[in-house]
Every structure is written in structure tokens, then in C-alpha cells.
Design a protein around this ligand. Sequence first.
Ligand SMILES: [Zn+2]
Length: 61
Amino acid sequence: MQEFRCDSPVCDSHLTASDKNDLMRKIEQHVKDVHKVEKPTQTILSYLASTVTEGSGATRR
Ligand SMILES: [Zn+2]
């Protein structure tokens, strides 16, 4: 499981997805909806991607 915690001081969203591509789509949607970034640049996206962590699978059965 992939996990992302938003770094913004005004937002402490925690997003998770089973794979990174899926998570990147959620992150992109998140920055559009919550942070009003209409077109996140590649720089922003790769920075955000670098903050994604591999979850320990706490919810895995
Ligand atoms: Zn956020």
C-alpha cells in the first residue's frame, strides 16, 4: 500500500492507494480540489511523488 501525507500547513490530508499510479491520480485530484492548483507541474508532481511512502500494510489481511 502506498501512502501520502499532505505537507501543507493548512492541510493534513492522508491519502492511500494500493498502487502508486492510483495514488498519484488521487494526489493530483487533491491538489486541484483542495489547493486550487489547476495544472500541477511535473516539478510539483515529482516532489509529491517523492514524499509517498510504502505503507506497512496495516490493513492487509
Ligand atoms: Zn493537501
